[in-house]
Design a protein around this ligand. Sequence first.
Ligand SMILES: *Cc1c(COP(=O)(O)O)cnc(C)c1O
Length: 393
Amino acid sequence: MTAAAHLPGVDSRGADSRGADSRGADSRGAILTIDLDAVAANWRLLRDRLGGAECAGVVKADAYGLGAERVAPVLAAAGCRTFFVAQIEEGIALRPLLPDAEIHVLNGLFPKTEILFEDYGLIPVLNSLGDLAAWRAFCAGLGRALPADLHVDTGMSRLGLPQDEMAALADDPGLLDGVDLRLVISHLACADEPDHPLNGAQLAEFRQVRRALPGGRASLANSAGVFLGPDYHHDLARPGIALYGGAPTGQGPNPMAQVIGLQGKILQVREIDTPRTVGYGATHAVAGRRKIATVPVGYADGFLRSLSNRGHGWIGGCRVPIVGRVSMDLITLDVTDAPADAARPGALVDLIGPRNPVDAVAADAGTISYEILTGLGRRYHRVHLTGRPCVGT
Ligand SMILES: *Cc1c(COP(=O)(O)O)cnc(C)c1O
């Protein structure tokens, strides 16, 4: 046990709340702080926003890189009863941690996997009439109607029954006989652009689907869909990114609490007083006296190479730009303007934090928060904040 284990609000695997050294953190070049209380607060905010509709939790891809085995029980404790994963294996891993929850598998059935759904009590999202026929046959073999969802494509052209299959099902609803239909879902392509005409078009098509297929409960909204208003809420919403602090809409201030912080530890500080270049490709030229700090975080840690000469960190209240290329294990920052006592070996630079939240880092990198989160590396020392009295609403 480290001393930090006794601090309130920090679990036994962690360092203290803002990354000061503990034994576990000493040897690592960077500390990833995951605020589980903020995840719970974000779920409650979405639940309240949904009024009467149920708020599920999407925990696919290891809860967007944050650790599904830590995140899912926290959501369950907050009141979440329905979870979505992408892959069967993700559902199997979560089953013992969520004994009472519904776990829905978005990618649905692969041939011969029906038995896994039965064994682990998982619910497949059926994506075609072929999937439906396979599930019916499986249920018939067992002599029991097992739960399943139907995904209907209303405009993504990715997963779900295409229009012709939906029409065939509407003509012959008996195709669902012997199946315990739980959810009828569809997925929005442009929910983060509230003015995009595809939102209304998909909503209209989904309403048609519901008229033709009124069984089960209806679910259309992802995180951004929750903010499109009550028309989009239906019976259940499936937020992912907003739980993890990503801005759910492209507009206005982000209503979600920030969940992650990333701090890199300065390895070396170099004073340059003759003209030189920094890093691979010599893409950054130094003229005059500058101080360059090297931090052991690189693209192998999911710190994207597109942040070369673009991103920045914060140290001692000072913005410090990333100069030169992001390499596999290292970045270099110009810390000339930071206080000398803050920019020294062993000091921490905020790479993702209150002043550069995940959406800002994503924008600098030319990507979206989803990609930054799901790419977070395995070499970071992970600190989970949990059990503090109250965060946000
Ligand atoms: C990933 C996913 C979600 C969650 O989307 P967010 O934009 O992260 O809220 C919801 N539904 C489906 C079908 C998904 O694939």
